[in-house]
Design a protein around this ligand. Structure first.
Ligand code: UN1
Length: 496
């Protein structure tokens, strides 16, 4: 039976004013409807923004450690509901169950992390150049923030944005991807159960343009955070620049693994399979390029071909499944179109390349794990984000050449090198121009206590998740306070 998802506005669950609904389905079996959700319109967004505005003063005045206690309770509830929510992630989004549970775990992790931030939220106190005067910086919230989230981490990414914006004292309106409204609504329900006051978290479902863009450009909103496609992100960048509104963007990636001639090849192979085909390649951090040193190229490629061909596709709830479906028909077509583009560009398909046809897979969006060899760095399949189970192998002759290939594209989210040479890996740390670099590990698996963000066209340079430079920096702004207790006029820069 499908779930009835509702909007959440001012602490009350509500249908869209227009009464219309849309549905989400199981991408592994499209006959299974997962949820019916409100097809909201502008009026629903207007009400959610007003509710968030009305709740703002109360929330920002609640001491941050008290806000943190509510977030801590939410993390505890997430942990208690992990199995149920993990299964929902798998059913609504398609990733295999261990990854569905990982999605929820990432939300739990960020919940605990941000709860602790309630007792930090650091500013600085520094000496003044004048006597009897002190100076400090402190964090204040931005106000009402709009959060628009994707389907590929349907609980974790809303949680990254929600927990960080809430601990800073903002009130929020979350607009989830229309592919995964049930996952996002479960997270909102848990926040409500944890005791978030009415209006602090609002939730509105609906399409990206009519609801998402309207929300992010709404006059009652102070800042926005978006994770999604480059095309949508770049459009929002222009629109919000005109409004002079802070915008955090996480967009695409074309992440590379470099396999050097002295690498542990078995380990590198595991890393490529995990980074390339985990989540069916639908991570911004997925390993979609593998740059292999010519001395080990043929051996590595034949191993990869064999292992990729043996991956078992299927429904992610089945324990034997290793790769799930892609999210929908449009994404399936996009991936298959890129496979045709790769062939036309002269790359060689080693394995995969088709929509999977096995009798058990006909009701879902399954694409065979695909490996291209003979890929040149300037081919479209080596430069454009596919967001599917397709890996392109590029041969290189040296670390310098490999680093050039990693860096010479518009994206800069994640990269990785496999090598046993400590000097080569230290050089890679410096030379790979991406926001995240992995040494002897795949391009995926970032942890929440450090900033997560891409360089160049992968993002706007406002990383998410934790640590110094992470989401707290975006969702708060610094105020500087100078206090003069000398009782006389003192002039900075003049009195010396
Ligand atoms: C994404 O790549 O879309 O680093 C998010 C990871 C996860 C988050 C990925 N923690 O793989």
């Amino acid at each position: 039976m499908s779930e009835a998802v509702r909007n959440f506005i001012g602490g009350k669950w509500a249908d869209a004013a227009g009464g219309k609904r849309f549905s989400s389905q199981n991408p592994a079996n499209t006959r299974e409807v997962i949820a019916e959700a409100p097809l909201s319109g502008r009026g629903d967004v207007d009400r959610a923004v007003s509710a968030a505005r009305a709740a703002y003063d109360g929330w920002r005045h609640l001491p941050a450690p008290r806000r943190g206690e509510i977030l801590f309770r939410a993390a505890e509830l997430l942990a208690r509901n992990k199995q149920r929510l993990g299964e929902l992630v798998t059913r609504e989004m398609g990733k295999i169950l261990p990854e569905g549970l990982g999605d929820v775990q990432e939300a739990i992790d960020i919940g605990y992390y941000m709860a602790g931030e309630g007792r930090r939220l650091q500013g600085e106190t520094v000496p003044s150049e004048l006597p009897d005067k002190d100076c400090k910086s402190m964090r204040e919230p931005l106000g009402v923030v709009a959060l628009v989230t994707p389907w590929n981490f349907p609980i974790a990414i809303p949680a990254w944005k929600l927990f960080a914006s809430l601990i800073c004292g903002n009130t929020v309106i979350l607009k989830p991807s229309s592919e995964t409204p049930a996952c996002a609504s479960s997270l909102v329900a848990i926040l409500a159960e944890a005791g978030i006051p009415p209006g602090v978290v609002n939730f509105v479902c609906g399409p990206g343009d009519a609801v998402g863009e309207y929300l992010m450009t709404h006059p009652g909103v102070d800042a926005a955070s978006f994770t999604g496609s480059c095309a949508a992100g770049e459009r929002l960048e222009r629109l919000l620049a005109e409004l002079h509104r802070p915008l955090a963007l996480e967009m695409g990636g074309k992440n590379a693994i470099v396999v050097m001639d002295d690498a542990d090849l078995d380990l590198a192979l595991e890393g490529v399979l995990w980074g390339g085909f985990g989540t069916s390649g639908q991570r911004c951090t997925a390993a979609s390029r593998v740059i292999v040193h010519e001395k080990v190229h043929d051996r590595f490629v034949s191993g990869l071909k064999e292992r990729a061909a043996a991956l078992r596709l299927g429904d992610g709830l089945r324990p034997e499944t290793q790769v799930g479906p892609v999210i929908n028909e449009a994404q399936c077509k996009k991936v298959l179109d890129y496979i045709e583009i790769g062939k036309a560009e002269g790359a060689e398909i080693l394995t995969g390349g088709r929509r999977a046809v096995n009798a058990q897979l006909t009701e879902g969006f399954f694409v065979e794990p695909t490996v291209f060899a003979g890929v040149k760095p300037d081919m479209r399949i080596a430069r454009e984000e596919i967001f599917g189970p397709v890996v392109s192998i590029i041969k290189c002759g040296s670390f310098e050449e490999a680093a050039g290939i990693v860096n010479n594209i518009p994206f800069g989210l994640s990269s990785s090198i496999y090598s046993r040479d400590v000097n080569a890996t230290a050089r890679a740390e410096k030379e790979l121009q991406t926001g995240i670099v992995y040494i002897n590990a795949s391009t995926i698996g970032a942890e929440v206590q450090l900033p997560f963000g891409g360089w160049r066209h992968s993002g706007s340079g406002h990383p998410e998740a934790g640590g110094r430079g992470g989401a707290i920096d975006f969702f708060s702004r610094m105020k500087v306070v100078y206090r003069d207790f000398s009782g006389r006029l003192q002039k900075a820069q003049i009195d010396k």
